[in-house]
Design a protein around this ligand. Structure first.
Ligand SMILES: NC(=O)c1ccc[n+]([C@@H]2O[C@H](COP(=O)([O-])OP(=O)(O)OC[C@H]3O[C@@H](n4cnc5c(N)ncnc54)[C@H](OP(=O)(O)O)[C@@H]3O)[C@@H](O)[C@H]2O)c1
Length: 246
C-alpha cells in the first residue's frame, strides 16, 4: 500500500500548494486534507494529481477531541500515518498593549496547541513504521517583529518544538522538519502587510516545491533544522511556477 499523508491548512495558500506538489509523488496514495472550509479543501483536491485517494475533513483544529478521533480513524483505516504536514496558522498583528487575552489564546490554540495535539495523536501510529513530520513556522519566529507579538512568539515555539521532537522522535525513525517561510502571497500575508503588492513576493507554489524536495530523499540531511524559505522582494513580478493554485 502507498503512503498516507495528513496536511492541515490545505484549503488555500501554502497548505494547498504543498498538497498539490506532493500529489505528484507516486509513493503517496492517500491524502487527508484538514481545514475548516469544505469548499476550499474540495477545490484543492480538484487541482491535485488524479488517481489519488483524497479525503477532505472540514474541522477546526482547535476542536482537539474531534482531531484525536479523526487521526485514530485514519490510523485504523490505513495502518499507519507516514507524513504529517502542519501548515494551518492564524495571525492578528497587534502590539502588546493592543493584544487581548482572548486573541493571545486564540493565536496559541491554532499555532501551537493544535500542532501539539495532532502531532501527539499521529506519532502514536507513526512510531510503528517511522515517517516524516514537517512544521511550518515563520521567519517571524526567529527575529523581532514589533507589533506581531502573539504570532511571532507562537512561531518561535514551533521552531523550538520541531528541534526538540527531531531528537526525541529519532528513536522511532521519525524525521522532523521545520520551515520558516518569509513573506508569501496568501490571505494571511494580506493581514500582516495589507499594502504590499502580492505579485512582488514569494508565491505559495514556490514553498510547495521546496517542501516536496525536502521530503524527498534529497532532504534526508535537512531534518531538525529551522530552514528559511525566502525570496528577496523584487521590483518586478516574481516568476510563477507552472501550477497556478490560488
Ligand atoms: N504567508 C506568509 O507570508 C507566511 C510566512 C511565514 C509563515 N507562514 C505560515 O504559513 C502557514 C500557512 O499560512 P498561509 O500563508 O498559507 O495562510 P492562509 O492562506 O491564510 O492559510 C491558512 C490556512 O490555515 C487554516 N486554518 C486557520 N485556522 C484554522 C483552524 N482553526 N482550524 C483548521 N484550519 C485552520 C485555513 O483554513 P480554513 O480557513 O479553511 O480553516 C487555511 O487553510 C501558517 O502557519 C502561516 O503562519 C505564512
Amino acid at each position: 500500500m502507498g503512503k498516507t499523508c495528513v496536511i492541515t491548512g490545505a484549503s488555500r495558500g501554502i497548505g494547498r500548494a504543498i498538497a498539490i506538489s506532493l500529489s505528484d509523488r507516486e509513493d503517496i496514495t492517500n491524502f487527508i486534507l484538514i481545514s475548516r472550509s469544505e469548499a476550499g479543501l474540495q477545490e484543492t483536491a480538484s487541482f491535485m494529481h488524479p488517481g489519488k485517494n483524497v479525503q477532505a475533513y472540514a474541522l477546526d483544529l482547535t476542536d482537539y477531541t474531534a482531531v484525536q478521533d479523526l487521526i485514530q480513524s485514519v490510523g485504523e483505516r490505513y495502518g499507519t500515518i507516514d507524513m504529517l504536514i502542519n501548515v494551518a496558522g492564524y495571525a492578528n498583528p497587534k502590539s502588546l498593549l493592543e493584544t487581548s487575552i482572548d486573541d493571545w489564546e486564540k493565536t496559541y490554540s491554532i499555532n501551537v496547541h493544535s500542532i501539539f495535539n495532532i502531532t501527539k495523536e499521529t506519532v502514536k501510529w507513526m512510531k510503528k513504521t517511522g515517517g516524516q513530520i514537517l512544521n511550518v513556522a515563520s521567519t517571524a519566529g526567529s527575529s523581532a517583529r514589533p507589533g506581531w507579538l502573539a504570532y511571532a512568539s507562537s512561531k518561535a515555539a514551533i521552531i523550538s518544538m520541531s528541534q526538540t521532537l527531531s531528537e526525541e522522535l529519532s528513536e522511532y525513525g521519525i524525521l522532523v522538519y521545520c520551515i520558516s517561510p518569509g513573506r508569501c502571497a496568501t490571505e494571511l500575508r494580506k493581514v500582516l502587510a495589507p499594502d504590499e503588492d502580492p505579485s512582488t513576493i514569494m508565491q505559495p507554489e514556490h514553498v510547495g516545491e521546496v517542501v516536496k524536495q525536502l521530503l524527498s530523499e534529497d532532504g534526508v540531511c535537512l531534518d531538525g533544522q529551522n530552514i528559511v524559505v525566502r525570496k528577496q522582494v523584487t521590483k518586478r513580478p516574481v516568476k510563477q511556477v507552472t501550477k497556478q493554485t490560488s
